[in-house]
Design a protein around this ligand. Structure first.
Ligand SMILES: [Fe+2]
Ligand SMILES: [Fe+2]
Length: 324
């Protein structure tokens, strides 16, 4: 870390500068202001990726556990999902503003999610340096997504916090906080891929409503980067499944059933079966088509991973939407 980075954190938090990437992650999770959270995340990721933070974590010390819920600004009023006003379909300026606010809110939680996986599991499971690289990049992207959407809200005469926001976005992070495989499967594969499914429709709603600028932000900056986030989830899920077993209690057992497909190598089929088992255990309800097969494929998330977990399209009316 250079002097400028240390000074920024010192001044922001009144704490000693972080020494490792996990220390940075903890400090970011403890930062309530969403702009500052994104700014510090960008600083930490930049320093890490240029090699200015020498260690991902201190092997001589156990880092403290991350908070159950990251610090959040009181300026954003949170409501239970059932009490959230409907966003609408972008047919009015008010609906498009609500959609934009909701997207900014989701990105702000995505910043916390990226630093939480680093802080919660990185040292505990002795993950390799590339794991920290990938999630530092994801965190930096999510912070940038929040920043551009928040700036767009201001351009439109609003701001993040002007509307109430959904208070359910951390629930699945808490329910997977005991298991990295479950966290990767639910948050970084299922939820990230769901974002890829719905984003093209969201983009076309902004465009149809005449807000080409927001449509372009989503299309040119956010959408391509979200593909890489899903890819990171799949990559590290595979890695954990293929890593030689240790006495690590955090890793789920592989289901007993034999592989059925002859098209996939046995290890590939077993990994996918394990993924199905974990998603069925930790994700409420079936996955909802239609799927963005092309974007999912670009992330290495082939239909064999998710189609067996889906409800038939005709049944989707009864499934509660999970995206915001
Ligand atoms: Fe994002
Ligand atoms: Fe993402």
């Amino acid at each position: 870390m250079d002097a400028a980075g240390a000074t920024a954190v010192d001044q922001a938090e009144g704490l000693p500068p972080p020494k490792t990437l996990v220390d940075w992650a903890l400090q970011i999770l403890d930062t309530a202001d969403p702009d500052e959270k994104a700014r510090l995340g960008d600083l930490a990721a930049t320093q890490w990726l240029r090699g200015a933070i020498p260690l991902p974590y201190d092997p001589a010390q156990s880092p403290r556990a991350p908070p159950d819920r990251p610090a959040r600004s009181d300026a954003v009023r949170l409501l239970p999902p059932s009490r959230m006003p409907k966003l609408g379909k972008g047919g009015s300026a008010q609906s498009r503003l609500a959609m934009l606010h909701s997207l900014a809110h989701t990105e702000s939680w995505a910043v916390d999610l990226s630093w939480d996986i680093v802080a919660r599991f990185g040292a505990q499971l002795h993950m390799p340096r590339e794991f920290f690289d990938d999630f530092a990049r994801v965190a930096q992207d999510e912070g940038r997504h929040f920043a551009v959407l928040s700036a767009r809200l201001r351009e439109l005469g609003s701001h993040y916090g002007a509307l109430p926001a959904h208070d359910g976005l951390w629930d699945s992070a808490m329910s997977t906080s005991h298991c990295l495989l479950a966290r990767l499967a639910v948050e970084h594969c299922v939820h990230e891929a769901r974002g890829l499914d719905v984003l093209p429709t969201t983009i076309s709603r902004f465009r149809a409503g005449g807000d080409e600028q927001t449509a372009k932000l989503l299309e040119d900056i956010i959408y391509p980067e979200e593909v890489t986030h899903c890819a990171a989830g799949v990559r590290w899920f595979r890695y954990l499944c293929l890593r030689p077993r240790t006495s690590d209690p955090i890793i789920h057992p592989i289901p007993e059933s034999k592989p059925q497909s002859s098209e996939l190598p046995e290890s590939g089929t077993a990994i996918i079966k394990r993924f199905h088992s974990i998603v069925r255990e930790h994700f409420r309800g079936p996955l909802k088509p239609p799927f963005n097969t092309e974007a999912r494929k670009a992330a290495g998330f082939e239909p064999a991973w998710y189609e067996p977990l889906a409800v038939k399209e005709a049944e989707t009316q009864t499934i509660e939407p999970r995206e915001v």
